[in-house]
Design a protein. Structure first.
Length: 135
């Protein structure tokens, strides 16, 4: 289940192999601060499944210090028990991973803001349900 997202990306890339423009994909991912995620996905496809890396990606970009660290974090997660992600250490690791993955301060702030809004909305939803049940 941990590799399901990567297998989905692999199927997508294989389906669009003849028309996929990696540079255009990166250009579309950049405004969402997810260009590193695209690069990491192609690198992991190569490392885990031996898939060919499109020529448009330079080796320097796919093997930068940051992507090396992200790839190592992914490799370590494969060996962890599924319950690990619910521990404090697992959650902290996930936050660090996302902060390394997302490019730019604005992207990082958007990510953290999204978490806070979901937590707040979840809390309000449960309070709303409790107060309605008392009526």
């Amino acid at each position: 289940s941990r590799l399901a997202w990567l297998l989905d990306i692999r199927a997508f890339v294989r389906q669009l192999k003849s028309t996929l423009d990696p540079q255009k994909l990166l250009d579309q991912a950049r405004p969402m601060h997810m260009d590193r995620g695209v690069l990491l996905a192609f690198r992991l496809l190569h490392e885990y499944f031996g898939d060919k890396i499109p020529g448009n990606f330079s080796g320097q970009t796919l093997y930068s210090k940051r992507l090396n660290r992200l790839a190592k974090m992914c490799n370590r997660m494969l060996d962890q028990d599924e319950r690990y992600s619910y521990t404090l250490k697992g959650r902290a690791g996930k936050l660090i991973y996302m902060m390394l993955l997302i490019r730019g301060i604005a992207g990082k702030v958007d990510f953290i803001y999204g978490i806070m809004i979901r937590r707040l909305a979840g809390g309000l939803k449960s309070k709303w349900g409790q107060s309605r049940s008392k009526l």
